[in-house]
Design a protein around this ligand. Sequence first.
Ligand code: ASP
Length: 451
Amino acid sequence: MKVCKFGGTSMADAAQVSKSCDIILSDSERRVVVVSAPGKRDKTDTKVTDLLITCAREKLAGNSGEKELRRIVERYALIQRDLDLPEKVLADIKHDLQLCMESDKSSHAAYLDRMKAAGEDNCAKLVAAEFQKRGCKARYLNPREAGLLLTAQHGSAQLLPESYDNLAKIADYDGITVFPGFFGYTPEGQVVTFSRGGSDVTGAILAAAIKANVYENFTDVNFVYAADPKIVPNTEPIPEMTYREMRELSYAGFKVLHDEAIIPAIRNGVPICIKNTNAPDEPGTMIVLNRETTAGRVVGIAHNKGFCTISMSKYLMNREIGFGRKLLQIIEDEGLSFEHLPSGIDTLSIVLREDGMDEETEKRILDRIKIELGADANIEHGLALIMIAGEGMRYVVGVAAKATKALADAGVNIEMMDQGASEISMMFGVKGEDSEQAVRSLYASFFPWRK
Ligand code: ASP
């Protein structure tokens, strides 16, 4: 059996939904379909998830949200009409959206998650109706009924492992199961979502649970590319990569697959195939446990902006037992997770995502470091992380030299360097404005044949 996930652009309008259904019906092994909410139809369009977030915020601010709701309903109405689906399908979607909108607002986070989840939930109902219209045996399956249980972390939930046994039963159904991505339920029955882009995670969980022979992730590109094609034209496509390479690169900015989607796939060794809904005959990129590698070969270069660094210094920091623990306690008290922690003898830096910081949080952290740890501390904003990754990197010396030379030749100053213990990736911190130049220069150095 194959689990197929279709992203927002594959659900954006009736033609795309129809194409996605054709893909499913062209292969009898494709029996479980995970869908995103309708995404952008063109560059200027807005994703349904973003419309839902705006609508929820309006409601929480005490406004009617009616204008926003109309825009959302209109997106589903267009698809329903153009696919010629029964009026009842749209009436049910409208009713569901209205119920969500008027639901309990005592917890803003819980309300926001209920609204966001409605995007994929109603899209799945629509897709199931399309299969039924075509005379296929198909069902819409709600994550609660299926037993997809998650932690109560709104907007960034994690899977509860007992879900796997519950979800394994999906394989018993002899028709097509259409499952909404992006959300599940807490054991108490509250809707919770993964972080943005989380339908990829749902697909991977289902694929692991039913021990699928492949998890096909349909999106709008033919391959995963070695660097962002918007920065590097004529970028090298990647035919095959390992889970570890993809996890490193998606963490560092490859948007094609959610970095947390790799973990469930590893669990049962389900290969992931990234494919294009608009070119389904292209082989796509296979993501697997092991592959043959060439020594020294870098598979991809990723970049991600939006980080900041808190740097601190104190003489004899290296001798001070417990300094690191106390620092991390301060970060934990703020509910933040840290990304990297490069250290020197008397210095330590901590790299954090900027979206979790605001002026007050920043001030509290810096004050506590100064007062409680007795260290000098300052914060620098606008850091970008550049990651090069490849299984073959650990077999040769000189990869770091080659990368740093490329950056130096391009006039990019390296603010920070970190090589993970796995030795399959290397990370450079550079100023945000230098990040594209950094990617281009590294690409030219590691992929000289693509000039
Ligand atoms: N619709 C959600 C988002 O835009 C989840 C997803 O598409 O995977 O983040």
